[in-house]
Design a protein around this ligand. Structure first.
Ligand code: GTP
Ligand code: MG
Length: 325
């Protein structure tokens, strides 16, 4: 007898869950469960005709229930054609350097995470300031005419720099400053919360790019030692998913900066590698490496891209920002 009760309880919990879906009342929930659709996952994987046949609900009702379940679980299964159409809506933001734009295949992509890593003083924060401005440019000048959310974890954002860069791009500096939402994040938890809050601002403020400078410093500072590495990586992974979801949901770009760590196994060549390990390596769509080069220039290398070859260019950093060398 207690077994039966358990089962009933389980059913109760499941049907509670299902009735939270749009279009599912207690009666429909019962039908779904009776036909074996006891979880959101099972609904996500069903086709509308299959579900209609098994439960006796109409096909259009079934379609709505499946869509609601997908939404709840954040699963978007789509045909390659739909994906193709979605990709066509990808836009690019000029970096303000023609060469860097070319390296990126036309600029920083929306619906993706672009990472720039490099040692201290290599120019990562400078580039962030610049892109916070260029996204505001009208499309005919390579921008999106949209605003920036700037998440600063190191306290190195300088509004004065925005003024200089805005002048270079012939934007009104006051307007340019107003079009940048600035958030200082003091811990990795704070960084997560600030980013979560962004969800409601994305549409309201028409945010075209989220900049996180730096993505990793709090994570590295708070999770020290081997035993906390797994926890750190898990949290970092969750954070990256959060960013990607915003990028996809609002056709926005994400630009993050990352530090380098010395690879002790390197005897020849460059010992610098990006921090964040595989989680970050897999989580970002495109990856740039910036370092100081000869004559005060900066070399930027595209080290990862889904479709572009590895290549390098050189730029200079001046009071006007990042410019072609
Ligand atoms: P970390 O955050 O410390 O890892 O470094 P970063 O890669 O963010 O470096 P950042 O973008 O802050 O670059 C700082 C460097 O940019 C300085 O060392 C300068 O070489 C250069 N820079 C910044 N502002 C100016 C400027 O107004 N004129 C010139 N000529 N160079 C500048
Ligand atoms: Mg910096």
């Amino acid at each position: 007898m207690p077994e039966e009760k358990d089962e009933e309880q389980v059913q109760e919990e499941i049907s509670d869950d299902l009735t939270e879906l749009e279009g599912v009342g207690p009666v429909t929930a019962k039908r779904l469960i009776g036909a074996g659709y006891t979880t959101l996952e099972s609904l996500v994987l069903a086709t509308s005709s299959e579900l209609a046949a098994a439960t006796g609900i109409t096909e259009s009702a079934a379609r709505k229930i499946i869509a609601a379940a997908r939404k709840r679980l954040n699963v978007e299964v789509m045909s390659a054609y739909d994906y193709y159409l979605q990709r066509k809506s990808v836009q690019r933001i000029t970096t303000g350097s023609r060469k860097l734009d070319d390296l990126l295949g036309g600029g920083i992509e929306t619906q993706a995470i672009t990472e720039i890593y490099g040692p201290y003083g290599s120019g990562k924060t400078q580039l962030c300031h610049q892109v916070a401005v260029t996204v505001q440019l009208p499309p005919e000048k390579g921008g999106l005419g949209r605003t920036t959310l700037f998440i600063d974890t190191e306290g190195t954002f300088r509004p004065e720099r925005i003024v200089q860069i805005a002048e270079r791009f012939e934007l009104d500096s006051e307007e340019a400053l107003k079009a940048i939402l600035y958030a200082r994040a003091f811990t990795s938890d704070h960084q997560m919360i600030v980013t979560e809050k962004a969800e409601s601002l994305m549409k309201e403020r028409d945010i075209g790019i989220i900049i996180v400078d730096s993505l990793i410093s709090h994570f590295r500072g708070e999770y020290v030692g081997r035993e906390s590495l797994a926890a750190r990586q898990q949290k970092l992974n969750r954070y990256l998913h959060k960013l990607l979801k915003l990028a996809l949901g609002y056709n926005a770009a994400v630009l993050v900066t990352n530090q380098v760590v010395a690879d002790p196994g390197t005897f020849f060549g460059d010992p610098n590698k990006p921090a964040g390990g595989h989680v970050l390596g897999h989580g970002v769509t495109a990856r740039l490496y910036i370092r100081r080069a000869k004559k005060g220039l900066r070399q930027i290398t595209l080290v990862k891209s889904p479709y572009l070859p590895e290549a390098s260019i050189e730029v200079k950093i001046t009071e006007r920002g990042v410019e072609d060398a």
